[in-house]
Design a protein around this ligand. Structure first.
Ligand code: S3P
Length: 374
């Protein structure tokens, strides 16, 4: 069989704004006093769901493409929504908003599309209830729609069984309203955009270790203060070009202004471990959300092992890494990634089926994939 001729990928591009940071910028901007100006916002469906929810709680938000202006109402001045808060397909909106709603002076119901109504919400209901929240799954299956009766909350120390930024962030946002201090400890550090952005809005956030596990503490807060936010490019979008340029001979691509927060840059580490040639140029914003230009050149890839604390740093990039593994020389083992089964789809099964259909050697395991590439 002839090897098909692929044209190399060459050029410079800017990927769209980071989704996780875009959500949080709208949320904290809404809860702050004063205006928040966001540049580089991702105007995708999920982040637009977050805007829609806060608008229906009385927040004025002007959105023009990737520029957004939020006229914050303050932590305790949201108004009761007229109907169900529609989170669309967005797990981040559903889970983070639950933490905020648990402490409001009104009752609310939040829901979303069919996929959202199948995703596990017990993971946020358990810690929020421990803080005094009244939150229930209306269908009784621990999924949305969720009914939330606003209550006075109390600070807790939550020892999370999973490394999930959505769970951590729901508890931290509730913690802004809870008496005393609220601490979340997690088995491995998940993305820390909430912690970083809370600091930019003036909240007191302490990070450290508790019994050798990463932990973060917030204190009851009276005010957040509106600010300017520049959202870097989404490394989850950049990942497709990092892999594409790495596997097509002759490629050389520069990706401008990509977020390289160390809790998100696992795809660069994993690809480098596979032999990829990726250079990080011109790092900026190191104290808020670090970003850099990434230069990637074609290089022959080989198999690797991906597991442990690296997993939360590349959880959304595992599907494209699996594709890279399918064309790399030798075996790649992905472990400790059972969380992939409860994303918008079961991403372990989807990748195993899709890559097998393309002729790759892929075995699905309990918590990952074994891929024999080449
Ligand atoms: C996100 C956290 C991750 C990630 C999701 C976005 C966030 O989910 O997969 O795409 O913005 O906090 P988990 O918290 O479920 O790991």
């Amino acid at each position: 069989m002839n090897t098909p001729a692929f044209k190399p990928l060459r050029g410079t591009l800017t990927v769209s704004g980071d989704k996780s940071i875009s959500h949080r910028a709208v949320m904290l901007g809404s809860l702050a006093t004063g205006t928040t100006e966001i540049e580089g916002f991702l105007p995708g469906e999920d982040c637009l769901s977050t805007i829609r929810c806060f608008r229906s709680m009385g927040v004025q938000i002007e959105q023009n493409g990737s520029s957004v202006k939020v006229f914050g109402r303050g932590l305790r001045e949201l108004t009761a929504p007229a109907g169900i808060l529609d989170c669309g397909n967005s797990g981040t909106t559903t889970r983070l908003l639950s933490g905020v709603l648990a402490a409001q002076h009104f009752n609310s119901v939040l829901s979303g599309d069919a996929s959202i109504q199948r995703r596990p919400m017990k993971r946020i209901m358990i810690p929020l209830r421990a803080m005094g929240a009244d939150i229930t799954s209306i269908s009784g299956n621990d999924c949305a729609p969720l009914s939330v009766h606003g209550k006075q909350l109390y600070g807790i120390h939550f020892n999370s069984p999973i490394a999930s930024a959505q769970v951590k962030s729901a508890v931290l946002l509730a913690g802004l309203y809870a008496s005393g201090q609220t601490t979340v400890t997690e088995p491995a550090l998940s993305r820390d955009h909430t912690e970083r952005m809370l600091r930019s809005f003036g909240a007191k956030v302490l990070t450290g270790n508790f019994e050798d596990r990463p932990s973060v503490t917030v204190t009851e807060t009276q005010n957040l203060y509106g600010t300017e936010i520049s959202v870097p490019g989404d490394i989850s979008s950049a990942a497709f070009f990092l892999v594409g340029a790495s596997i097509v001979p002759g490629s050389e691509v520069v990706l401008r202004n990509v977020g390289i927060n160390p809790t998100r840059d696992g795809v660069i580490s994993a690809l480098r471990a596979m032999g990829a040639k990726i250079e990080v140029l011109e790092v900026r914003n190191e104290d808020s959300e670090p970003a850099a230009d990434l230069l990637v050149r074609y290089a022959p890839l080989h198999g690797t092992e991906i597991g442990g604390a690296l997993i939360p740093r590349l959880i959304d990039e595992l599907p494209v890494l699996a594709a890279a593994a399918a064309v790399a020389e030798g075996r790649t083992m992905i472990r400790d990634a059972a969380e992939l089964k409860v994303k918008e789809s079961n991403r372990i099964r989807t990748m195993a089926e899709g890559l097998s259909r393309l002729g790759a050697q892929v075995e699905e395991t309990e918590d990952g994939l074994i891929i024999d590439g080449g």
